[in-house]
Write a protein that binds this ligand. Structure first.
Ligand SMILES: [Fe+2]
Length: 474
């Protein structure tokens, strides 16, 4: 069956053009003249995706996006814009549109868009398939009881839950491999060694020494050995490779008193295969996550390009924030979140018109009110990406003041997210010390005095002390 797309536009010319172009690419299409018709047609799907105009009679494109998302959250929506408008793009993104297409429509552009839609769809289906396999093999999964406990976590992986869960996921899966193997092998000694890609050796995480990798293992086969030693009880050693996407990722080493029979070997192999599948799945989503991140980073670059005077600002704020993260001894997870939030903290300025954003000074009250929307705009953009939920909230509050007089929410002291308080310091310090067209930047010493003065007013007092002592003069 051919994939079918739905094209919604009140202009018959545009409907026909897109319909012809998708036809050339081998897709079927159906058209609707407005949102109400489109909603009625959703039942005659399934559609691969929907193309929709924004300005239409009866129901706007934004309303249509909301309605479609309420019915079928995973149906991709591509917005047709007469001209590439940033404001419309951002609005549509907030409501869940996945892409945009603007005039003149080109067949290549549509081909790329549809390829992307199909790629993302097959990722989702792949994911579903894993959960079906999981169901089929429930029998063994019951046997390996502890793996059941991890199921929740694996399901959450399927919801594109990104780097944090996935990193934890890999570590926990390794833990599960060991636990389950121990259960299956009774009294055997079980150890898991990661493989160093650089040196092709096994890494002994306890002793920190490198163990040469058996060539058999490297080619993906099980290695069986018999070790001798007068007091050695577990004489038989069986080493299973854990292969992910064709590369040996680790080795599970089992030492037992008797040789492993085929049944036990088979079960361990099954366990490792399932774990490898899940890890591949994680890796797929990490790829997807990186894609989203690179889109956001290019948005940040566009922003920098609009305002040459602050072009290095985001980079410096990121460096200062990261240095604070180190000084404060934040864990790896928090440092990652801080890094991303700092580098994208002003991303919401993409939604501020040039005549206000680039105005050298003397903003009117109304203009300042518009600038003050950028933390919310930025947070709303990031909120669309599930793994960015924490970064989104941190960005939302990077202009709060410790005394509650900041924006957008007027949060006070400990109610302001901790990482937002760090970015706020780095942001203000960099703004004070950089040159602007209408003024020269302050010296570091003057900026330090200013932070001293605003301790407890604008800035977190403890963080201010640490910033002054350890970061400001770096
Ligand atoms: Fe900002």
């Amino acid at each position: 069956m051919q994939d079918k797309v739905l094209i919604v536009d009140d202009d018959p010319g545009i409907r026909n053009t897109i319909s012809e172009l998708v036809g050339e690419l081998g897709y079927e299409s159906e058209t609707a003249a407005d949102g109400l018709d489109a909603i009625a047609m959703l039942d005659s799907g399934p559609y691969l995706c929907v193309f929709t105009d924004i300005m239409m009679p009866n129901m706007t494109g934004l309303e249509l996006i909301q309605k479609i998302k309420a019915r079928e959250i995973s149906l991709p929506i591509i917005v047709i814009t007469g001209y590439a408008s940033l404001e419309i793009a951002i609005d549509a993104m907030k409501y869940g549109a996945s892409d945009f297409i603007s005039k003149p429509f080109k067949v290549k552009q549509i081909e790329l868009l549809l390829n992307k839609v199909k790629r993302e769809k097959s990722l989702l289906e792949e994911n579903k398939r894993f959960s079906d396999t999981l169901h089929l093999h429930r029998l063994i999964d019951n046997l390996v009881g502890q793996l059941e406990d991890k199921k929740e976590e694996i399901i959450s992986l399927q919801a594109i839950s990104g780097k944090i869960v996935s990193l934890k996921g890999i570590r926990d899966l390794v833990g599960a491999i060991i636990d389950v193997s121990k259960q299956l092998m009774d009294d055997a000694e079980v150890e898991f060694f990661p493989v160093s890609r650089k040196t092709n050796t096994l890494i002994d995480t306890k002793g920190d020494k490198e163990i040469p990798l058996d060539p058999g293992l490297l080619s993906g086969s099980i290695v069986r050995k018999q070790n001798d030693g007068p007091s050695l009880i577990n004489k038989f050693e069986t080493i299973f490779p854990l292969t992910i996407e064709g590369q040996v990722f680790g080795a599970l080493d089992i030492r037992s008193e008797t040789i492993l029979d085929d049944d036990k070997e088979g079960k361990i192999q099954y366990l490792l295969d399932r774990c490898a599948e899940r890890m591949e799945n994680v890796a797929l989503y990490e790829g997807l996550y990186e894609n989203m991140l690179s889109t956001l980073n290019s948005m940040a670059k566009i922003l920098d390009a609009r305002d040459p005077h602050t072009s290095q600002h985001s980079t410096r704020v990121t460096m200062l924030s990261a240095a604070m993260g180190n000084a404060l001894g934040l864990n790896e997870d928090e440092r990652d979140v801080l890094y991303i939030a700092a580098s994208l903290h002003d991303i919401g300025k993409v939604g501020i018109p040039d005549n206000i954003l680039l105005k050298p000074q003397g903003l009117t009250e109304e203009e300042f009110a518009i600038i003050k929307k950028h933390p919310d705009i930025g947070a709303d953009i990031l909120k669309q990406i599930p793994p960015m939920a924490r970064e989104s909230e941190i960005i939302r509050h990077h202009h709060e003041h410790y005394n509650g007089k900041g924006y957008p929410s007027g949060l006070k002291a400990g109610d302001i997210p901790y990482l937002s308080r760090i970015i706020s310091l780095a942001d203000a310090f960099d703004a004070m010390t950089s040159d602007r067209p209408y003024r020269k930047g302050m010296s570091v010493e003057m900026a330090i005095e200013e932070i001293q003065r605003c301790k407890g007013i604008q800035f977190d007092p403890d963080l201010s002390d640490i910033f002054i002592q350890r970061i400001a003069r770096l």
